[in-house]
Design a protein around this ligand. Structure first.
Ligand code: FAD
Length: 213
């Protein structure tokens, strides 16, 4: 097997790697969830959480009482993965079934954000990442709410993106098999807004009724 030269060099399907900034940022900006992995005393942990990207930095936020966030406050190496699934790839043979996807793997070291201006910026960008238009509509965080919240920044030291966006790759001997083959596209769909049952008289803002991801 080819020896690896860095943490982001894949051993399989190198042609699917798309390590340009545009692809990486588009994937990071589309997803709502990342998985953060770290090792504590030899035990690997992987924790799903929300995030946002600002330039080359991923911001995470959580309770100051969270074990996960207390570990990250120490400044530890982490690996962060983001995954979007775009289609089921249904081949004539089971072996060649696959998924179309876009994914990012980023390596970095956590940094506790203690500068008030950076914390405020992260809070705003986080909110706007989830639902643009919300920050200026909802009540913004109070001093005591901010005190309970830890912000962690991870500057991406090394980052890779991998994309499968192809059709079916069956073997020649299976091509005439009478089995339906093709792509079944998948996407995140937005349902109708469900207003809090104790609220009335507040119209649904356009940024909610028109929300898309
Ligand atoms: C939704 C989804 C489903 C998948 N299902 C399968 C499956 O069933 N079987 C399977 O073998 N593979 C699957 N993959 C691909 C899988 O993520 C790996 O890319 C693959 O196993 C080959 O890994 P490797 O040995 O080349 O990676 P390694 O050589 O171990 O990885 C080295 C480096 O390559 C980069 N890298 C590797 N994979 C990715 C990735 N997906 N995204 C971004 N960077 C990456 C990272 O920087 C990583 O540190 C799936 C991927 C996704 C997103």
């Amino acid at each position: 097997m080819k020896p690896k030269t860095s943490r982001i060099e894949p051993s399989r399907y190198a042609k699917r790697m798309r390590n340009d900034e545009g692809t990486i940022h588009t994937i990071l900006d589309e997803s709502l969830v990342c998985h953060v992995s770290y090792v504590l005393e030899g035990q690997p942990f992987i924790i799903p959480t929300a995030y946002c990207r600002v330039d080359n930095t991923i911001y995470l936020h959580g309770s100051v009482g969270s074990h996960f966030f207390m570990q990250m406050a120490k400044g530890i190496p982490v690996c962060i993965a983001v995954t979007l699934v775009d289609a089921l790839v249904l081949a004539r043979s089971v072996f060649h079934h696959s998924l179309n996807y876009r994914s990012v793997v980023a390596f970095g070291t956590t940094r506790l954000v203690d500068d008030p201006a950076e914390r405020w910026m992260a809070a705003e960008r986080f909110t706007e990442h989830v639902i643009p238009g919300r920050w200026n509509d909802a009540r913004q965080p109070s001093k005591s709410e901010l005190k309970k919240t830890m912000f962690i920044a991870v500057e991406m030291e090394e980052v890779s993106a991998k994309v499968r966006d192809m059709g079916v790759g069956d073997d020649p001997e299976d091509m005439d098999a009478p089995v339906w083959a093709g792509l079944l596209p998948l996407q995140l769909s937005v349902g109708a807004p469900q207003q809090d049952e104790v609220q009335s008289g507040v119209p649904v803002p356009e940024y909610i009724s028109q929300y898309k991801r």
